[in-house]
Design a protein around this ligand. Structure first.
Ligand code: UDX
Length: 437
């Protein structure tokens, strides 16, 4: 099949590359010529494990190409995926900003040739696909097309395996013709019996928001329970196993931490709340998940302050990890962006390290606030406390003896519960986890 992918961000680039790996012919289009030039030179603008090799392979086998010219890419395509950004609106009202979607739609409309399915891959509010259809009809009344929704469920850092082995594929369509095109696109997954949930367009659009809001609520739930465990002296890790092994609950997404971040959960929960409000409904559980997440970050600041004896002023803190999760360079809504400035404002000196995220982090946490260092031990040199902010593999087996020798005070604040408290204590550290005091 001939497929055009509009947008070469995380979603567009991973999806386009994986479709090419399926055997389809993909043209990825982006207005950002710098990005396209990089891709044409074999450079990948984002860090996603395995993506560079898969892009190189499919470019080499002539199934994947990149361009800034939309016209040729769209004419004659069987399907055009919209995978452009939908950031939270700058108005600060939680709505998703659909400018990029609508701009891309207008441009696509002009160049459509032959029957084409226009598919929303970006996470978009309910009703967007219908707006896309309306715009295309307005711009090009003769166009032969259908619109569809096919939300993505890719986790950054594991996006390729999530794409190749999804739990399910959701397709929202309103004609059999569009359904047939989507089923053809995903045909390679039928062999491994991936379930396809076929539904109407609005339900598909809402499914994405509901999935992310549910997961965000699950994390906020365990984060609150972790705080209770801290107060009681109970152990949230054992508790999470105790509830997670119940098949009705499931053990995934029950890891307490400094709060969820990233490109999806914070943005999508807010957008879902706005969608609900527009329809006269309050989603109180989602509202609470958002509030609890903000409170969790504030609680982490307090936890760190308490660990430093009640004040961070004049203290040196080593922060290991800055990105919102490991295996990505993405800093969007990372808890570090809230927690570290709160400490720096009160006079803490912060030295930070991240295996992939430091370049990106500097946009959010300027060097006037934080010193960026080349390795975790350099960060820990003379530190009054180490904070493990992101659970990168590189931080999972630190040499504790070495760490203890170079620190000023042996305080280890493990915001991801990576370490066994008894191991740290045996090495003379004060260990503070989340829900394991
Ligand atoms: C998420 C969804 O998982 C994916 O399906 C969707 O399409 C996009 O959003 P992503 O944001 O890449 O993916 O990462 P994810 O692994 O879901 O983690 C999101 C945040 O939740 C991270 O900040 C992570 O640290 C946090 N998290 C996750 C927890 O704090 N505890 C957990 O148990 C799981």
């Amino acid at each position: 099949m001939k497929i055009t992918m509009i947008g070469t961000g995380y979603v567009g680039l991973v999806t386009g590359t994986c479709f090419a790996e399926f055997g389809h012919h993909i043209t990825c289009v982006d207005k950002d010529t710098t990005k396209i030039d990089k891709l044409l030179n074999g450079q990948i603008p984002i860090y996603e494990p395995g993506l560079d090799a898969l892009v190189a392979k499919n470019v080499g086998e002539a199934r994947l190409s990149f361009t800034s010219e939309l016209a040729d890419a769209v004419a004659g395509a069987d399907a055009v995926f919209l995978a452009v950004g939908t950031p939270t609106s700058r108005r600060g009202d939680g709505y998703a900003d659909l400018t990029y979607i609508y701009e891309a739609t207008k441009e696509i409309a002009v160049h459509l040739k032959g029957y084409t399915v226009i598919i929303d891959k970006s996470t978009v509010p309910v009703g967007t696909a219908r707006q896309v259809a309306r715009i295309i009809k307005e711009v090009n009344p003769d166009a032969d097309f259908d619109v569809a929704s096919n939300p993505e469920f890719l986790r950054e850092g594991a996006a390729i395996s999530d794409f190749m082995r999804p739990d399910r594929v959701v397709i929202g369509v309103e004609t059999a013709r569009a359904e047939a095109v989507l089923r053809d696109i995903y045909q390679p997954l039928f062999l491994q019996e991936t379930p396809i949930v076929k539904t109407d367009i609005e339900t598909a659009e809402l499914t994405k928001y509901a999935a992310n809001a549910f997961l965000a609520a699950k994390i906020s739930f365990i984060n609150e329970i972790a705080l209770l465990c801290d107060s009681i002296g109970a152990n949230v890790v054992d508790l999470a196993s105790g509830i997670g092994m119940d098949g009705r609950i499931g053990k995934k997404f029950l890891h307490p931490g400094p709060g969820y971040g990233g490109s999806c959960f914070p943005k999508d929960t807010l957008a879902l709340l706005r969608i609900a409000q527009e329809h006269g409904q309050n989603l109180r559980i989602v509202e609470s998940a958002v509030e609890v997440n903000a409170a969790q970050k504030a609680m982490m600041v307090k936890k760190i302050r308490d660990a430093l004896g009640g004040s961070e002023a004049g203290k040196t803190i080593a922060c290991l990890g800055l990105t919102f999760k490991p295996e990505t360079d993405d800093m969007r809504d990372s808890p570090a962006i809230t927690i570290l400035p709160a400490l720096a404002e009160k006079g803490a000196k912060i030295k930070a390290h991240d295996p992939q995220g430091m370049k990106e982090a500097k946009h959010y946490l300027p060097e006037s606030m934080i010193s960026y260092v080349a390795d975790p031990y350099e960060a820990a040199q003379d530190a009054d406390a180490v904070i493990l902010m992101t659970e990168w593999n590189q931080y999972r087996a630190l040499e504790l003896g070495k760490l203890g020798k170079i620190m000023n005070n042996k305080v280890f604040i493990d915001l991801r519960n990576v370490y066994r408290p008894e191991n740290l204590k045996a090495q003379g550290f004060t260990y503070i986890g989340v829900g394991r005091s």
